[in-house]
Design a protein around this ligand. Structure first.
Ligand code: FE
Ligand code: MN
Length: 332
């Protein structure tokens, strides 16, 4: 039994399972269920309308992050449904992929909800992947990185194709979901810590909690393919992956500087870059590669941010009490 290229596996026959971790991710995803409409945006609307609460730099930071994520969520949904799902034939992994696809729909809905409640111009927000160079470069990089698996004639048979597939999975899970989302997460959560746009900040916290599971699942798929096909994990291929991750960190650093040129009350853009370097090392280690940057985490509070078990005061909002997944220790 293998995770890909197992034509003998009937994709409809989920029991008995081979990859129990995949089932765990599915259950954790379900336990984390949420929708954007459950989070109050009332204070955000007041702050957004007020001429004094937010300065122009904070407004730029908010708009750029909404602009990046609004289209990035659809891009990731398309990757899952149109490409990854086709090649990962194992039924329990496919069950998780369907769950992930649903969560991406929730995330897409989050940005529709933010645009609606704040009264933003959708043409401005949804065109930033074309009009803002630092966003366009990230999106183009991922599209280029994951194009093999979108080729309708692509199959995962044979050493070279398995390597291509692994390369694209790393581009999609480790780089897109694991690096390109994180300067934005840190910025929006830093803003929330300063009591600004707390509703949007909370939306980002829930998205980040989901993404940390997506990333953990993706890394387990990657590590399983490596373990089942050890001959593809050559020194040369490892160097290629490290180079891609370094390039991604550069692009994410450029995005951080572009989105937050003047810093955020006590935090400067260089610290966002340091944070991206810190998490890139965690990603490298997670897929069995040596770390590159050796940076301290400049935002230790980020590692708590995915843990929404908090004795949170939900009394002002309509959020119902969710079961809390204990499986969320991994990411930071
Ligand atoms: Fe997402
Ligand atoms: Mn995701």
């Amino acid at each position: 039994m293998t995770i890909i290229n197992n034509s003998k596996t009937d994709p409809n026959k989920i029991l008995p399972m081979t990859y129990l971790w995949s089932r765990e991710y599915y259950l954790s995803g379900v336990a984390n269920n949420w929708t954007p409409q459950e989070i109050s945006m009332q204070k955000d609307v007041e702050q957004w309308k007020s001429p004094v609460v937010l300065n122009e730099h904070e407004r730029l930071l908010i708009m750029r992050n909404l602009g990046f994520f609004s289209t990035a969520e659809s891009l990731t949904a398309n990757n899952i449904v149109l490409a990854v799902y086709r090649h990962v034939t194992n039924p329990e992994c496919r069950q998780y992929l369907l769950r992930q696809a649903f969560e991406e729909a929730i995330h897409t809905d989050t940005f529709i909800f933010c645009c609606d409640t704040l009264g933003l111009d959708p043409d401005e927000v949804y065109n930033m992947y074309i009009t803002v160079p630092s966003i366009k470069q990230k999106d183009d990089f991922v599209v280029e990185l994951t194009k093999s698996i979108f080729d309708p004639t692509f199959v995962t048979l044979g050493r070279e194709n398995i390597r291509r597939f692994l390369h694209d999975l790393i581009g999609y899970y480790v780089i897109m979901e694991g690096i390109f989302f994180y300067a934005g997460f840190a910025m929006m959560l830093a803003l929330k810590r300063q009591n600004k746009m707390v509703g949007v900040g909370e939306q980002f916290e829930y998205i980040m909690r989901d993404e940390s599971l997506h990333l953990a699942f993706g890394c387990d798929v990657i590590n399983t393919i490596k373990a089942e096909n050890p001959e593809i994990w050559t020194q040369e291929f490892q160097s290629e992956i490290v180079a891609l991750i370094k390039k991604a960190v550069e692009l994410e650093g450029a995005y951080a500087h572009d989105t937050c040129p003047k810093g955020l009350l006590g935090i400067n853009a260089a610290q966002f870059v340091e944070y991206v370097e810190y998490i890139a090392d965690r990603r490298l280690e997670r897929i069995g590669l040596p770390k590159v940057y050796d940076k301290e985490n400049p935002f230790p509070w980020m590692s708590q941010a995915t843990d929404l078990s908090k004795e949170k005061n939900f009394f002002e909002t309509r959020v119902t009490e969710y079961r809390v997944a204990g499986a969320l220790k991994w990411d930071e």
